[in-house]
Design a protein around this ligand. Structure first.
Ligand SMILES: NC(=O)c1ccc[n+]([C@@H]2O[C@H](COP(=O)([O-])OP(=O)(O)OC[C@H]3O[C@@H](n4cnc5c(N)ncnc54)[C@H](O)[C@@H]3O)[C@@H](O)[C@H]2O)c1
Length: 439
């Protein structure tokens, strides 16, 4: 195979501002973790950009550099945090309330975390029913609110002397909305902002402010946010890489690890029952049926796309897929996710698999936020705009081009991600054909 030259990638020089709408459990665990790594208190476990390698060339070549040495990834030392929340709590207070990290870690990082203070948010309780806070912007209309966000972003850029920025939505899950007329073109969307159209959600106002300024935007929640034609088109015009939706962390991570295995062995499936108990604020927000609906849609799509019942009707044509989330305060952020999977094998004999994952939601999500911030920044410097499907690896409900079904299989997603890195550097793509070893 001939090598192409790879892409021109601007160097990761200068400071990178990471903008976080929503500074709750996930965002503060991410911020604390980055500072813990920078000060030698911790290691970047779970992060592909920090610990992952990429194989280059043949298996016999023994070339497997660290990803961060293969492509120009921003250094952790160059990251500066900024963000918004409806509560005034600084990152130390918010992290303590979130109850994810132990006092021993928080006390060691207290001085730094106290310096990270959220700016007033664009928020309306109509879209996240269970929350109310005082640190909220007032504006004439949604256009005015978007302008206020842009002013925050510019002030942050100047005050911190930033070379680049990237935004990762870590805010609460908003109520369910489908894309409609007001989301169809940027002209209609901007008119809708000026008229405060009810179908323009706060997360869309943030996404608009970022994309308009050419800032990469990744959405960690399942609400539509940038996944509307108006903002997808705008991103192509402004050169902003975008992606989402919904960090792939606990139960869905397990689903996209296990389901490809059953499919590979052509084991049939009658049903998959998933239930969760969790007691953090995210759990409380998801206790509202309208926010849960947004999450449910995000979680349900996974099996359908991995198992492809239209191609395998005898094996996957009649699956009962159920997803439940129960708010149960005693567990805090330490979620318990149970899965009961009813499969069948040779001659139709039934079998069952039970998975009980005692996970920590924000511990699983934090390295995803880091990788998304760094890979989206890389994409921007490599001139890649619009939807970044190669980063589907990180999402429960990946954005794709219109009419294209999303790839959910974690292993295909990882191959796609690493091949994209090879492509960026003009290295041979790895197909795993391997015939050359036997010629
Ligand atoms: N933790 C995980 O494993 C995981 C996985 C996938 C997705 N998510 C999603 O990530 C998001 C964050 O999760 P979390 O556990 O940190 O929740 P959290 O409730 O601890 O934090 C969310 C924060 O967003 C703030 N917020 C809500 N609306 C806002 C707005 N319009 N502007 C600014 N701030 C706003 C809230 O005040 C809160 O502090 C949620 O949407 C969640 O569904 C989390």
């Amino acid at each position: 195979m001939t090598k192409d030259k790879g892409r021109d990638i601007a160097p990761a020089r200068g400071k990178l501002g990471v903008l976080l709408p929503g500074m709750g459990a996930v965002a503060t665990t991410f911020i604390a973790g980055v500072e813990a790594i920078r000060t030698g208190l911790s290691r970047p476990i779970g992060s592909l950009t920090q610990m992952g390698t990429v194989r280059l060339g043949k298996r016999t070549d023994n070339r497997s550099p660290l990803i961060k040495e293969f492509v120009p990834i921003a250094r952790l030392e160059d990251i500066v945090f900024g963000g918004w929340d409806i509560y005034e709590d600084n990152a130390y207070v918010a992290a303590r309330k979130a109850g994810v990290l132990h006092a021993e870690h928080l006390d060691a990082l207290k001085g730094f975390l106290q310096t990270v203070k959220p700016w007033p948010a664009v928020f309306d309780p109509a879209y996240v029913k269970k929350l109310s806070g005082e640190n909220v912007k007032k504006g004439k209309n949604k256009r005015d609110l978007a302008d206020q966000l842009s002013a925050d972003i510019e002030r942050f850029r100047k005050e911190e002397g930033l070379a680049r920025m990237v935004m990762v939505w870590c805010g609460s899950t908003e109520v369910y909305r489908q894309a409609g007329e007001v989301h169809s073109t940027i002209e209609k969307f901007e008119r809708g902002l000026a008229e405060s159209h009810p179908d323009i959600l706060p997360s869309m106002v943030y996404a608009y402010a970022a994309i308009k300024a050419g800032i990469p935007y990744a959405n960690g929640a399942p609400n539509l946010s940038a996944d509307i034609p108006a903002l997808i088109d705008l991103a192509r015009k402004t050169g902003s890489p975008i992606g989402g939706k919904d960090f792939k962390t606990g139960q869905t991570l397990m689903k996209t690890i296990l389901a490809p295995g059953f499919k590979a062995r052509l084991l049939g499936m009658d049903g998959w029952y998933s239930t969760n108990i969790l007691g953090n604020r995210d759990g409380e927000v998801l206790d509202d049926p309208e926010s849960f609906k947004t999450k449910e849609v995000s979680k349900l799509g996974v099996l359908e796309h991995i198992l492809q019942p239209h191609l395998y009707p005898d094996l996957y044509g009649k699956i009962h897929h159920v997803v439940r989330i129960n708010y149960y305060p005693p567990r805090g952020d330490n979620k318990e996710g149970w899965d009961n999977i009813d499969i069948f094998g040779w001659m139709g004999y039934p079998m069952q698999i039970k998975v009980d994952f005692l996970c920590r939601d924000s511990i699983l999500a934090a390295p995803i936020v880091l990788d998304l911030a760094l890979f989206f920044d890389l994409a921007g410097r490599a001139g890649m705009s619009g939807i970044q499907e190669w980063l589907s690896f990180y999402f429960k409900s990946p954005m794709t081009a219109p009419g294209l079904y999303p790839e959910h299989d974690l292993f295909i997603q990882l191959m796609k991600l690493k091949n994209t890195l090879r492509h960026l550097r003009g290295e041979d793509l790895i197909t795993h054909l391997g015939l050359e070893y036997y010629d």
